[in-house]
Write a protein that binds this ligand. Structure first.
Ligand code: GLN
Length: 561
């Protein structure tokens, strides 16, 4: 039987439960154990697909087509393994299966109740995930923070599982210790309160991961131990760090694996984490700066800027940059600011690479098209992802293929040149308002064409990539676009859909209908991101050389004078 490690949050959200879960998984894997991880989101949405990224962060997509929380992406990156539908559940999904079963007379006339039927369904999902993946450890991250009404039933499920298998369930609470500026001392009280809340759900934490701006000192650890009823050694310090990939190394310093093994009564064994350490070292030593601009519209939330909406894109940039010894400087650029400002467009000159990632709807679209035009005509390396590919096709059609007013029917249903149109099977779905989980989702095959730039980076003909879209390049316009120089570099053979476009006479201009960022991993940076960074590096060197020439010629001119 698998062992279960629940990760819950105390004090506040956004303190790294996902990274903690992923890091614990990473460490356990380094001991040769089979590990899987489950994310539980307490909202009613059946999946994350219908949520605005500004509210909820990126919608991650698995190979089997689930639209889920961005933490699933963290699990994939830290565990270097694919996650599937069984790795994710929400309150909505749990209720939906119980209600469907009730309608099918599964409960044979019994009164179906919130307790125990909902926690039972949660337990069944968790244990089945362990069995199906044949895992030694199942990590379960419960979203939200303890004390919230919303995640009570999930805590109840965890408590019940512990009661059934006392030796096989462990609780980690991720807490936060603030250092208020006016006091200048790290405070443990919020953690004490969070532990009490968890206790009132019938759960005692075994390990407390203490997030804080700095390392915890001994007095703080002792205080938490006494007031939260745990061993001092079970307080794991998790200070703020530059890169999330350093967290497993930090945890190892406080010997988290030994504590976990001790709780489960397992003898520790040899482990190998050299690979990960090398990766982190390479990241630390990457010094050559490349500046990448991401042009999107899901950044602003009130007075704050959110980068979570594009987290996989950001991580994919880092993986490829670090692999090539570069340190990426990533700027979030608001699409709308390019709509009517030539000065803003001129500012794009400073970028070594530009990405227009996925998106929906018409806000900011004309700004993105102007950015693409600039990148194309000024030879700035460009990667267009999904919407970014569709908008690149639109820009090309308007500027080079004699199709003024070309557009996607998503933006302008009456466009004279619908170069991007709705996928056939989507029409009825949209008419019937069946929006949830109904896009072209998950992994599809793509054939990369020989002698293209994309082939140079993929180095294989048959690839699979993950999708999330309703619209596609309209095959009616394909010939006309190709005649004017747009190269089709990848095709989904079964349905003859265009999956990759590129421009042959540009340093790097590639658009993909799929989302390459979802498949980039620390040890396997994505081929197309590698291509973008390679081109960005060249541009950066070129700019440095130009600058050097300018200054040296100024110096010689001065001397001559
Ligand atoms: N809105 C576009 C579509 O549905 C692009 C989607 C995306 O970028 N993920 O096809």
């Amino acid at each position: 039987m698998a062992r279960y490690v629940f990760v819950v949050g105390g004090v506040m959200s956004g303190i790294g439960k996902g990274i903690t879960t992923a890091s614990v998984g990473n460490i356990l894997k380094s001991y040769g154990y089979r590990v899987t991880a489950i994310k539980i989101d307490p909202y009613i949405n059946v999946d994350a697909g219908t949520m605005n990224p500004v509210e909820h962060g990126e919608v991650f997509v698995t190979d089997d087509g689930l639209e889920c929380d961005q933490d699933i992406g963290n699990y994939e990156r830290f565990l270097d393994q694919n996650m599937y539908r069984l790795n994710y559940m929400t309150t909505g999904a749990v209720y939906q299966s119980v209600i469907t079963r009730e309608r099918n007379l599964f409960y044979q006339g019994k009164c179906v109740e919130v307790v125990p039927h909902i926690p039972e369904e949660v337990i069944a999902r968790i244990t089945q995930a362990g069995k199906k993946t044949k895992s030694d450890f199942v990590l379960v991250e419960i979203g939200g923070t303890v004390g919230e009404y919303q995640n009570l039933l999930f805590l109840e499920a965890a408590r019940m599982l512990k009661l059934r298998h006392p030796k096989d369930v462990l609780f980690i609470m991720v807490s936060y210790l603030p250092v208020p500026g006016t006091i200048g001392e790290m405070k443990t009280k919020p953690t004490q309160h969070a532990t009490r809340s968890l206790n009132s759900a019938g759960i005692q934490p075994d390990i407390i991961v203490a997030r804080a701006p700095v390392l915890l000192d001994r007095p703080r650890k002792q205080k938490i131990a006494v007031f939260c009823n745990i061993n001092e050694e079970d307080v794991i310090s998790a200070p703020d760090i530059q890169s999330v990939y350093e967290v497993p190394i930090n945890f190892a310093r406080d010997k988290i694996s030994e504590r976990i093994f001790l709780h489960f009564g397992i003898r520790s064994r040899a482990h190998r984490n050299g690979h990960w350490n090398n990766f982190v070292r390479r990241a630390r030593n990457a010094k050559k700066e490349v500046r990448i601009g991401i042009v999107g519209k899901y950044f602003a939330t009130g007075k704050f800027t959110l980068s979570d909406s594009y987290i996989s894109v950001i991580e994919a940039i880092k993986h490829s940059a670090w692999r090539q010894g570069c340190c990426p400087i990533i700027d979030w650029l608001a699409a709308e600011s390019y709509e009517n400002s030539a000065a803003a467009l001129l500012g794009l000159k400073r970028y070594d690479g530009i990405i227009v990632p996925g998106g929906f709807g018409s806000r900011g679209v004309e700004g993105k098209i102007k950015v693409i035009h600039y990148a194309r005509t000024h030879h700035i390396p460009y990667l267009g992802i999904c919407y970014g590919m569709q908008l690149a096709v639109i820009e090309f059609a308007r500027s080079l293929a004699g199709m003024p007013g070309a557009n996607s029917t998503e933006i302008d249903p009456k466009t004279p040149f619908p170069v991007i149109g709705l996928l056939e099977e989507q029409e009825t779905l949209l008419k019937e308002k069946k929006y949830g989980g109904s896009m072209r989702l998950g992994s599809y095959r793509c054939e990369v064409r020989p002698k293209t730039k994309s082939m140079r980076f993929y180095r294989e003909r048959n690839i699979t990539e993950r999708h999330r879209h309703r619209y596609e390049l309209n095959n009616k316009f394909r010939n006309q676009l190709e005649q004017h120089g747009l190269a089709v570099a990848g095709i989904h053979p079964q349905k003859n859909l265009v999956e990759i476009i590129e421009l042959p006479d540009h340093p790097f201009f590639v658009g993909t209908q799929f989302h390459p960022e979802f498949k980039s991993r620390p040890f396997h940076p994505h081929p197309l991101f590698n291509g973008l960074i390679m081109a960005a590096k060249t541009r950066c060197l070129g700019r440095a050389e130009k600058k050097w020439r300018r200054t040296t010629s100024r110096v010689t001119q001065k001397k001559q004078r």
